[in-house]
Design a protein around this ligand. Structure first.
Ligand SMILES: Cc1cc2nc3c(=O)[nH]c(=O)nc-3n(C[C@H](O)[C@H](O)[C@H](O)COP(=O)(O)OP(=O)(O)OC[C@H]3O[C@@H](n4cnc5c(N)ncnc54)[C@H](O)[C@@H]3O)c2cc1C
Ligand SMILES: *[C@@H]1O[C@H](CO)[C@@H](O)[C@H](O)[C@H]1NC(C)=O
Ligand SMILES: *[C@@H]1O[C@H](CO)[C@@H](O)[C@H](O)[C@H]1NC(C)=O
Ligand SMILES: *[C@@H]1O[C@H](CO)[C@@H](O)[C@H](O)[C@H]1NC(C)=O
Length: 520
């Protein structure tokens, strides 16, 4: 009897100590937030040679900027870089609403100290990083209490078409651009070294049709977005990567963006409350996934414009302005949609010269380079952005994910010996391992969430039943985040990619999630 009491007491103490350790582990700052501080510091002794960046959109711009801190020379290749101010034609989401998570803003500020002033100059807005999203009409608590007044992390509100131009401008304005060569053209492929351990040269077709070969490349970064061309080029050059290295599922997403011209006189007529102008989306709503996959959001964007995003996994999105309000009001939520929102949409649909952009989003995909067997990847290859992982965009993580990988790359390069003539053979393995560890949670949580929808076609080897427990937990989590400040804070930190999702499993958070009153 006494011994069983002792055993029980000992177990309890162990559980408490274990619990404290677990709590600490879950609440620990993430490594990438530590390493974010190391971004944007040019090293004194540069690494030898030329780094080639394939693709000059968001990932290409961020990567070129980071690599210019490390390599003697950087070459950035993209067919649409001849005139940086010209609208892009190869980026399907160029006109879609974009949310910029705080991690992106924080990281880009390290890379470009004049980030804020350049964005403000084109009438972009910096607002507290409160998404303005309702979950089935219900607002999740924003963790204002976590930050002293006025210090809430910021987000940027701007059309993507504008942000893309400003990022290109920032790249060429920065002092490191002295060592960046921009080649307007298309990468055609790679040539391997004779022992097939690294990439020897890269072939470019310039806009005038002539071909150029970039020799002795120190590093090649695949930033080709949706095309994910790097994998194809590697295989053609003789690197034998496993057949199933690219995984994909199809959430069957349709997006319609409406853009509006809203001059000051029209804007003055709109009943948008001041508080709504101070959040990322003035108003947004996600349907509870047990009922459907519809979502929408209104953004007050730069230069007298507004954008409204409508999404679904069925092809029934409005095609004419008069169908927009009926579509919005056809969705049943757990709380009322405010009348100011519907009135605003009605007015701008009539008077704001609405322009429609419909897109069918390509399947979600992930090239799991970190699973490539040792030494099958060239020692000087990395992939960043959609070229590596393409997520369901509804959570607005694309730009921030580029920063996550950029941070991993920068930290690893800082540890690289400038005296060595080549990168170490395990360089890509180490880069992809860290990058995957940082972003795996994004891939898993968005995918398993999407499996809850009837129109979703799962990844090979999985079914729509996969992740049932995760979806059950997610529903509980959202319920709790509408009621409890600590849970809401954890959800916010994970959503803005300041913390890994293990934060949601901290005992003090977990028990509140499990005991929360169901709200939906
Ligand atoms: C509808 C939609 C909405 C989204 N909303 C958000 C959001 O709210 N927030 C967010 O953060 N993210 C969002 N995203 C995701 C985000 O847009 C992407 O993650 C981001 O654009 C990826 O940038 P990237 O540079 O990797 O690729 P891309 O922007 O696709 O650019 C790829 C570049 O590679 C170039 N290229 C291709 N092939 C070659 C070649 N052979 N040679 C040279 N260049 C080449 C192309 O010309 C292009 O410039 C959204 C995506 C979609 C589809
Ligand atoms: C705003 O838009 C107008 C009309 O399209 C354009 O002429 C002007 O240059 C833009 N202003 C800024 C700051 O981008
Ligand atoms: C450009 O490269 C040269 C040679 O590596 C280096 O000395 C110089 O500091 C670099 N310039 C910038 C602005 O990084
Ligand atoms: C809406 O998008 C179209 C197509 O890109 C563009 O020509 C137009 O200028 C945009 N208008 C606004 C108000 O953003």
């Amino acid at each position: 009897m006494a011994s069983s009491i002792q055993l029980c007491a000992a177990t309890t103490i162990l559980c408490i100590l274990g619990g404290i350790g677990w709590q600490k582990f879950c609440k620990a700052r993430s490594q990438w937030m530590e390493d974010l501080e190391l971004l944007g510091r040019p090293r004194k002794q540069k690494l030898h040679g030329t780094a080639v960046v394939c693709g000059g959109s968001i990932a290409g711009t961020v990567t070129a900027r980071i690599l210019a801190d490390h390599f003697e020379h950087v070459v950035l290749v993209d067919p649409e870089l001849e005139d940086m101010e010209k609208p892009k034609t190869r980026i399907v989401q160029y006109n879609a609403v974009h949310v910029y998570l705080s991690l992106f803003v924080n990281g880009a500020r390290k890379l470009w100290p004049n980030f804020d002033s350049e964005f403000l100059a084109v009438t972009g807005r910096l607002v507290p990083a409160d998404s303005g999203i309702r979950y089935s009409g219900v607002r999740v608590i924003n963790p204002d209490h976590d930050f002293p007044s006025g210090s809430f992390p910021e987000s940027l509100v701007i059309r993507r078409s504008t942000s893309q131009k400003v990022l290109s401008r920032l790249l060429i304005q920065h002092p490191t651009s002295a060592n960046i060569t921009i080649i307007p053209g298309t990468i055609r492929g790679f040539e391997a070294t004779s022992d097939v351990t690294s990439i020897q040269s890269v072939t470019v077709r310039k806009l005038d049709g002539t071909e150029a070969v970039l020799n002795d490349v120190a590093m090649v970064a695949d930033c080709t977005g949706t095309t994910q061309a790097g994998l194809k080029w590697l295989r053609k050059a003789g690197f034998s990567l496993p057949e199933n290295i690219r995984r994909s599922y199809d959430a069957n997403l349709r997006y319609t963006t409406l853009n509006f011209t809203v001059p000051a006189e029209l804007e003055a007529k709109l009943p948008i409350p001041e508080s709504a102008r101070n959040t990322i989306l003035a108003y947004g709503n996600l349907e509870h996934f047990a009922y459907g996959a519809r979502s929408y959001g209104l953004m007050v964007t730069d230069n007298n414009t507004m954008q409204l995003i409508l999404c679904n996994t069925d092809d029934n999105l409005p095609r004419v302005a008069s169908d927009v309000v009926p579509w919005l009001t056809s969705i049943r939520f757990h709380a009322e949609v405010p009348t100011w929102f519907l009135e605003t949409i009605e007015i701008i649909c009539e008077q704001g010269e609405p322009w429609f952009d419909h897109i069918r989003i390509a399947p979600q995909s992930y090239i799991q380079y970190h699973k490539a067997p040792a030494r099958t990847l060239p020692s000087n290859f990395v992939a960043i952005g959609d070229a590596n992982m393409q997520l369901n965009p509804v959570h607005g993580q694309g730009f921030a994910k580029i920063l996550l990988s950029g941070i991993a790359l920068n930290t690893l390069l800082l540890k690289t010996d400038p005296k060595a003539s080549n990168l170490p053979t395990d360089f890509p393995a180490r880069y992809f391992k860290t990058s995957a560890a940082y972003s795996q949670g994004l891939w898993d949580s968005t995918r398993l969430h999407d499996y809850g929808d009837v129109n979703c076609e799962p990844m090979e080897g999985e079914t729509t039943d996969t992740g049932r427990f995760v979806r059950w937990f997610e529903a509980k989590l959202i319920s709790a985040a509408t009621q409890d400040a600590e849970v809401a804070s954890a959800v916010w930190h994970v959503r803005h990619i300041f913390r890994a999702d293990k934060l949601l499993l901290a005992p003090t958070v977990l028990w509140k999630v499990l005991w929360a009153r169901p709200r939906f």
